[in-house]
Design a protein around this ligand. Structure first.
Ligand SMILES: *[C@@H]1O[C@H](CO)[C@@H](O)[C@H](O)[C@H]1NC(C)=O
Ligand SMILES: *[C@@H]1O[C@H](CO)[C@@H](O)[C@H](O)[C@H]1NC(C)=O
Length: 546
């Protein structure tokens, strides 16, 4: 019997702690042994993967992926059709070096069948099972109601039987958001069950009010999406959520922080020793409001591909500020917020198509300039669909589904723009993309590290010296989306191998894995923060008597 199934040789192995050259022996899907070098007897009969000096890292863990989740956040339950399922989403993730994704199982507040959170999770689990997944996956449950009986009876079952140990709560979107008192109800229930609470922090009332004010002035082009939720809106909501979390002693993670102001709130809370965590995403490091000002017409609405909430930062200076928070530890995890909508689907991005580009109110940018048309070629909306769309008179940013794809580009963008530029170290890269999400979401040390006994989930990069930088194009990607917001950007490396539990899923530019390989991951509690009483006992800040 060979000692190993597979051995990785000649790799510069990087963990969240350090980097060193050693070999990794894999047996039955798990890491069996690490050694400076294995003997030739040890190597006999096993498959050998030569990393040729390249980085070998724990596989990427994407803590924020939307699949099979149509949006119902618009008027008349209209939102957007999610274009990726577990097959296309996991295929894209694997091609980008991700070995585990945490997806959302979303409770629809208006659908009584969704009152039961267990029912919600069962329905999403069935969607995953109906196609299978190339990589491992788990679920956060999105809670949009505060039914006390459900919280009391179902959260413990979700934790114990399903290993679902995280929930997401919204402070915005009419059909999803919880009021402050509802947030408190759910946070207390989450705390009692050690359920990590994710917060989408934007002030929904203020956004709706600003949207009405913009509408009244005919300021409805995609650019005004950003002005309907300027960074102050995220700063206010994150500040409020930190106070509520402190009051009821519940650790929280802010998803997709996109502004330096909100990051500063997180930093201050962390400095006070509070278990407040923050996620950020690639779209906040490369896109700006300028991208929302591109030319817009019924057949050219590239700017809508940048619409996500919170919106990208106003300008490049904001990227630099966010980079400092990324480098110095304020941000806990780097996720994609992959939320896929197509261009050629009338219920995708074109849902907010404008009849004319005339609502830019004299803004600079190419918003007014039909001579600067689409810079890349996208599928056009079929004519009959277009007339149907225009008949709806919905030329309005508020009808563009919020969200952009990115599960595949998450690691390569940070590798090129963070690691290779020296902004972050290789170990910080691993911490942000794998180890911290594993700890935060209760999968460590099964995942997120390379210890003997851990799952053999790996991403192996190309040797840097011989890799030729290339311009990214959507045709390189494996999602079911007809654009990438990062079209044309230069990438200086790409995952060469992605391995999930000892099996190669992606190898030298090809999907080689099986759709039946991905497993549902049962998770435990957050292991990032284990200080006793991190919130203190001061009755001025904390309701210790609860
Ligand atoms: C986005 O990243 C690319 C590098 O691939 C860089 O050239 C470009 O300036 C960046 N854009 C912004 C607005 O930061
Ligand atoms: C991290 O960087 C931000 C932005 O420059 C700064 O405000 C903050 O104090 C820094 N935190 C630490 C711990 O260095």
């Amino acid at each position: 019997m060979p000692r190993f199934d597979t051995v990785i040789v000649n790799g510069l192995v990087v963990t969240a702690a350090d980097s060193a050259y050693y070999n990794i022996g894999i047996k039955d899907g798990k890491i069996e042994a690490l050694a400076r070098e294995f003997s030739s007897a040890d190597l006999e009969g096993c498959e050998i993967i030569d990393a040729e000096g390249a980085y070998v890292m724990p596989g990427g863990i994407d803590g924020h992926v939307h699949l099979c989740q149509d949006l119902k956040t618009g008027p008349n339950k209209l939102g957007g059709r999610c274009s990726d399922n577990f097959e296309t989403g996991s295929r894209s993730a694997a091609a980008g070096g991700t070995t585990t994704m945490v997806n959302f199982a979303s409770q629809d507040r208006l659908d009584e069948a969704d009152r039961s959170l267990i029912g919600v999770v069962q329905r999403y689990a069935a969607r995953a099972q109906s196609t299978g997944s190339y990589i491992d996956y788990a679920f956060h449950v999105i809670i949009t109601r505060n039914d006390p009986d459900v919280l009391q009876s179902e959260l413990p079952v979700l934790v114990k039987e399903w290993g679902i140990t995280s929930c997401k709560l919204f402070m915005t979107y009419d059909t999803m958001r919880l009021t402050d008192r509802q947030l408190l109800d759910v946070m207390v229930a989450a705390r009692k069950n050690s359920v990590t609470t994710l917060i989408h922090a934007e002030n929904g009332d203020a956004i709706e009010w600003l949207t009405e004010q913009l509408e009244a002035r005919d300021m409805i082009a995609p650019y005004y999406h950003a002005l309907s939720r300027p960074p102050l809106i995220e700063a206010e909501a994150s500040n409020r959520a930190i106070a509520l979390a402190q009051l009821v002693q519940n650790p929280i993670l802010f998803v997709h922080i996109g502004s330096p102001m909100a990051a500063q709130n997180v930093r201050e809370a962390q400095s006070r020793g509070l278990p407040i965590y923050a996620e950020t995403c690639p779209q906040y490091f490369n896109l700006t409001w300028q991208d929302l000002k591109r030319f817009h017409s019924p057949t050219c609405f590239e700017n809508s591909k940048m619409i996500c909430s919170p919106p990208p930062p106003a300008e490049k200076n904001d990227h630099e500020a966010l980079q400092r928070y990324l480098a110095n530890g304020t941000f806990t995890i780097w996720s994609s917020d992959h939320c896929p909508f197509r261009y050629d689907d009338p219920d995708g991005k074109p849902a907010g198509v404008l009849e004319h580009a005339g609502s830019m109110q004299g803004e600079s940018g190419d918003g007014h300039n039909p001579a600067a048309p689409c810079t890349s070629v996208y599928h056009e909306v079929p004519k009959e669909d277009l007339s149907r769309l225009l008949a709806r008179k919905m030329g309005h940013f508020k009808h563009v589904p919020n969200g952009i794809p990115g599960v595949e580009t998450r690691l390569p963008l940070l590798f090129s723009q963070g690691l290779l530029t020296g902004l972050i170290s290789p170990s910080r890269f691993v911490e942000l993309t794998s180890t911290n999400p594993a700890k935060l979401y209760g999968m460590y040390p099964q995942k997120g590290c390379l210890m003997p006994g851990s799952d053999a989930d790996l991403v192996i990069w190309h040797p840097q010296a011989t890799f030729k930088p290339f311009a990214l194009s959507n045709s390189h990607l494996h999602h079911n989306v007809d654009y990438t917001p990062y079209e044309g950007q230069t990438l200086s490396n790409w995952p060469r191998y992605t391995m999930v539990r000892g099996k190669l899923i992606w190898s030298n530019g090809k999907i080689v894995g099986q759709l039946s390989h991905g497993n549902f991951v049962k998770r435990g509690p957050n292991s990032l923060h284990q200080r006793p009483q991190p919130f203190g006992t001061d009755l001025r800040n904390v309701a210790t008597w609860l």
